[in-house]
Ligand binder design. Sequence first.
Ligand SMILES: [Zn+2]
Length: 282
Amino acid sequence: MELGLAVNSKINYNYNSLRLTQSRIDYGMLTVPRSLLFLFPNYSADISVFFNNSKNAQKKKFVVSEKNKEARIYGLSNWLKINKITPNDEIVIQVIDIKELLYRFIIEKKFVQEIIKYENKLDTVKNEEFANKYLKKIADINAVDEYNSSISQFIRLSKKGVPDRDLSEIRKNTKKSLVPVHFRVLLENIYKGRCQICNFSFLKKDGRPYFELHHILPNLAEHPKNICLVCANCHKQFTYAKVEHNFVDGWLSNVVFNDKNYKVKQIIHSLENINFYKNVYF
Ligand SMILES: [Zn+2]
């Protein structure tokens, strides 16, 4: 059996997996190997655990074994039984608050299903209120804040291929195609309305920042790599000035307007760790 540990971090989907024996399941016990002890206290204690979506935490015994340099969590029989855990299942263990010794254990299948459900809703959302609601849900499931959740969703979307833009649609409507709601909300959350080119921003009467979204290459469709958040002034320069683009890994990194060079702010380049990974421990 594998156990997944979701670590509070900048990016969702960072979690480590443990493997466990049937006999330990029978004992209602989880073993935490040495490599993952940093998630737990370095002394034996009662820890508080939320199971699945429960709002009430239960106290469980966490015991450090000096000899084996590992630790054990006892008293999980009921939960393992109710969820019919087999050696093919995984369990995600989230660190909610390491000081308060607060954790959440979730069946990995359910954890992933829940996130995918809200990601699919986010990708097709039609209004900003719901986009923010789904982002909050994803943030809660991952035990991260909404800012970090927005970044991880933005990175997820950036890993898809850049689709061609349906230019016939734009010609038909005569208006420019609208940028999908979730891209607009993610960019606003990440850059707080500050122009990625010149950093300018101003607040509208409703207290929210004014910004525009620019399609970098007009023949390509909406994609994190092909949209940038800009002020009205930079947007006009893209249209009317002499423009030179420079890209790094498909991300616009520098832009030159009439010989004036601007470094483009890209969140992807300011993150230290942008891996979506899952490690398996034995
Ligand atoms: Zn600007």
